[in-house]
Write a protein that binds this ligand. Sequence first.
Ligand code: G6P
Ligand code: MG
Length: 218
Amino acid sequence: MIKAVIFDMDGVLTETSHQHFLAWNRLAEELGYILPLEVKDAVRGISRLASLDIVLKAVNADKRFTESEKLVLAEIKNIYYIESIKRFTAEDLSGGARELLELLKENGLKIALASASKNSKFLLRAMEIKQYFDIVVDPAVIQKGKPAPDIFLKAAELLNIAPEDCIGIEDAYAGIESIQRAGMTALGVGDAAVLSNCSIVFDNLQGVYSYFVRLFRE
Ligand code: G6P
Ligand code: MG
């Protein structure tokens, strides 16, 4: 029986996957590279430092920087990213997000956030949805990022709900794998071609809303 829904943030509750890509692109351009568009999907759900490795590899620059230089590059990318989200408001929520959160609450489900982003607490407040979340996993305490199951398992543990009673919602291939490895039901949002490892994919959160309306009627 489904008792909780665990959300990802970027690309699910808001379209910040775009802002993440733009920030990486700005960094790459300053270093003299053109970032291939595929990187946008490749870094979905992947932690900041692991994303930097993907970015550098994509432009054949994976040997160019030392580990301490890479920390600086990741920090610069984060400054660009923060700059691009600093004026976010409730208007930047994905269509249907608030209605979905309300529906889940009305039906007595617990709600959690399992985002790899250290900026998601800011977004929860800026988009005025923090009050819906029973728990928010701090990605800093998670050793292994997505696709490892750790962050979703941590959310279930904090909620005190068995993983099989949880649904996870993700826009990332790595995120879907993380949910599945945690033993939960995975719902994908976005491009079904990107989410080839997920059997239930919706174009947007309105689709997820309808899914839950049907589920609650059963
Ligand atoms: C999310 C995004 C990734 C991003 C990661 C870390 O999972 O999908 O693209 O790299 O969060 O975000 P942060 O804001 O901490 O750099
Ligand atoms: Mg995401």
